[in-house]
Design a protein around this ligand. Structure first.
Ligand SMILES: Cc1cc2nc3c(=O)[nH]c(=O)nc-3n(C[C@H](O)[C@H](O)[C@H](O)COP(=O)(O)OP(=O)(O)OC[C@H]3O[C@@H](n4cnc5c(N)ncnc54)[C@H](O)[C@@H]3O)c2cc1C
Length: 408
């Protein structure tokens, strides 16, 4: 028997691994158990829709916990194990096989699950994309296909479309909203990305609702739109967003509202249970918000892990995301959801631009295409709440980093 504090973490994504590593750094003697229902070492998801599909990387090239894996950090890694329930009274999780694993502190990092469209059940030549296994199956099919239909013009759908276009697969994207990326970015950025897809030969159908899906005799799929158009393709990928995987928390009676509710310390409504990453709804300046981004999950997980190991850290990072499509490195930083007091654009070059949303004299959030250095500076301007000058923001000759130096 040991007196060490036992921290159990459910979920082997970036939030779970971030929690495990931070808990280890906070408490060298803690017993840390990471439980993942996937049978492999935690891997990076972002390449699945990009480098993996175009054949430039394999899903397990970049283990989240580094080359030595999770175990190299003195973390007991229970892979291929699904947690079925939380016994809060006894402070134990119960696995599918009935094993009870007691905890002193529990971190829920169960991530999110794809939103399935009832008209599009996964099956032969119909894919959703979340895991390495799904990416490999999709890649194998794409490599022997000539045409692809993507349902949903969000980040994942467009990344898959860009990868397929780069492979020479004739690609059509169907989006029900009047523009692509409506949940992700402003009209100007969305229009620029739209044009890049058209330039690469992708047929983008916005404002288009689907009426029927058919499996053709030759194995291809066809959809008919409500406007009466028909699109047939060798395969379909559905990318219509994700939902938080908060079922365990809900069944255990924790406060859940389309995501596990946490405070800035990643506390749930049970003081012994923390939560982080895609499965949570976190406090933001404009009210509780859900974020579905890699870097956020990693950093949020680290706060949960530290605090589960006795720390008192608060999450006060400006959240950010990135996407890669063709030669575009698309990034966003800051808190979404606010009605900006002004919107300013900065043209950096023919393929590079930034767009800033202001909250009075301060930056609320920024979007950038091929503007990595400026986005990094924008992140610091947002986090440090540095007042900015509109003329300086508009002028690409004025480095954002200099504004930071001048005004902090
Ligand atoms: C194809 C793809 C591309 C992406 N590209 C980008 C990108 O370019 N940039 C970006 O910022 N973000 C990107 N994302 C989003 C990013 O990957 C997620 O925001 C991030 O993975 C969330 O991390 P998480 O740890 O919260 O959850 P997840 O990564 O979803 O991990 C949760 C893990 O917990 C496991 N689990 C769930 N329930 C249980 C249980 N009961 N017992 C045991 N294990 C359980 C799940 O199987 C999963 O392995 C992408 C996502 C996908 C799918």
């Amino acid at each position: 028997m040991t007196d060490a504090r036992r921290i159990v973490i459910v979920g082997g994504g970036p939030a779970g691994v971030g929690a495990a590593l931070a808990a280890r750094a906070q408490d060298a003697s803690a017993e840390i158990v990471l439980i993942s229902d996937e049978a492999c070492e935690p891997y990076e998801k972002p390449p699945l829709s990009k480098a993996v599909l175009i054949g430039k990387a394999k899903p397990h090239d970049a283990p989240v916990a580094g080359r030595g894996g999770v175990a190299a950090h003195k973390v007991a890694f229970q892979r291929g194990t699904r947690v079925r329930a939380i016994d809060r009274a006894a402070r134990a999780v119960v696995t599918e096989s009935g094993e009870r694993i007691p905890y002193d502190a529990l971190v829920l990092a169960s991530g999110s699950i794809n939103r399935m469209l009832p008209m599009f059940p996964p099956g032969p030549s119909l894919y959703y994309l979340r895991t390495a296994e799904e990416a490999l199956a999709l890649k194998a099919h794409l490599d022997r296909s000539r045409s692809l239909l993507v349902i949903g013009g969000g980040l994942i759908g467009l990344e898959v479309a860009a990868s397929a276009a780069e492979l020479g697969v004739k690609t059509t994207v169907i989006e029900i909203a009047p523009r692509i990326l409506a949940r992700v970015c402003d009209e100007e950025t969305s229009a620029l990305i739209h044009r890049r897809h058209l330039a690469h030969g992708v047929d983008l159908r916005i404002g288009t609702a689907i009426a029927t899906l058919t499996l053709l005799a030759d194995g291809r799929r066809a959809v008919t739109t409500k406007a009466g158009d028909t699109f047939a393709a060798d395969l379909i990928v559905v990318g219509t967003g994700v939902a938080p995987d908060d079922a365990l928390a809900k069944a255990a009676g924790l406060a859940v509202q389309d995501g596990i509710l946490v405070d800035e310390h990643c506390h749930t409504s049970d003081p012994a249970i923390f939560a982080a990453g895609d499965c949570t709804r976190i406090p933001g300046p404009n009210g509780p918000v859900r974020l579905e981004n890699w870097r956020h999950a990693q950093e949020h997980g680290a706060i949960a892990g530290r605090n589960a190991a006795g720390g008192e850290a608060a999450y006060n990072t400006a959240p950010s995301f990135w996407s890669e499509q063709y030669d575009m490195y698309i990034q966003g930083v800051g808190w979404p959801g606010a009605q900006p007091s002004a919107r300013i654009s900065r043209q950096i070059g023919p393929n590079a631009m930034m767009l800033f949303d202001l909250d009075g004299a301060r930056l609320a959030c920024a979007m950038g295409i091929n503007a990595q250095r400026d986005i990094a500076a924008a992140r610091r301007l947002i986090e440090r709440r540095v007042p900015v000058d509109i003329a300086d923001l508009t002028d690409p000759a004025k480095p954002l980093a200099a504004m930071l130096k001048a005004k902090v």
